[in-house]
Design a protein around this ligand. Structure first.
Ligand SMILES: [Zn+2]
Length: 180
């Protein structure tokens, strides 16, 4: 996972939504599926066993719960609970050619759950504090429901991708014509 928590760069958050969507789409997602998510986001080269996959799915359910929240007070409390239980160790890291950015480093003895939830809780917490609201959501297009990070600055995002937005617009237009 790219655990770059630099302000305004929600890349770590896209890992979280990708993982949440994978587990939401398939609650029995196997080690290879989850391994692919880690690889897509430049994650540490874990070789996930079936037991790891089971652990990761259970840990992801905590993140899914937070991503379904719209009330920032409720979300902050849930994130704080994770930060208490899985403390993150923030560090400023400078990658070649990049500005200093805040990363987390799980303790050397941390298991997968601790690694995921400490990193994710800090990423979500920084995002919530920067945006002042639950700047994430679930796609409003029929039959989609995928989680997304709302990185927009103006109107709240309602769909996971421009593709779903178009699909919903076309459907609404058709429904309107049928009614008319
Ligand atoms: Zn969608």
């Amino acid at each position: 996972m790219t655990d770059d928590l630099g302000g305004g760069n929600p890349r770590g958050l896209h890992f979280i939504t990708d993982l949440a969507n994978t587990v939401r789409d398939d609650p029995e997602a196997e080690a290879a599926d989850l391994q692919a998510v880690l690889a897509r986001h430049g994650g540490p080269p874990f070789r996930l066993t079936d037991a790891d996959a089971c652990e990761l799915r259970a840990a992801t359910s905590h993140l899914i719960r937070i991503l379904t929240m719209h009330d920032e007070d409720e979300a902050a409390e849930a994130i704080n609970t994770l930060l208490d239980r899985y403390p993150a160790r923030p560090r400023l890291v400078r990658l070649p050619g990049r500005p200093w950015s805040l990363h987390t480093q799980a303790p050397p003895t941390a298991d997968l759950t601790h690694w995921l939830l400490s990193t994710a809780a800090l990423a979500l917490g920084l995002w919530l504090s920067e945006r002042g609201s639950c700047a994430w959501g679930q796609c409003g297009a029929a039959g989609c429901d995928r989680f997304f990070i709302d990185a927009g600055r103006r109107t709240p995002q309602r769909f996971c991708t421009p593709r779903c937005a178009t699909r919903a617009r076309v459907a609404a237009h058709r429904a309107h014509r049928t009614l008319g």
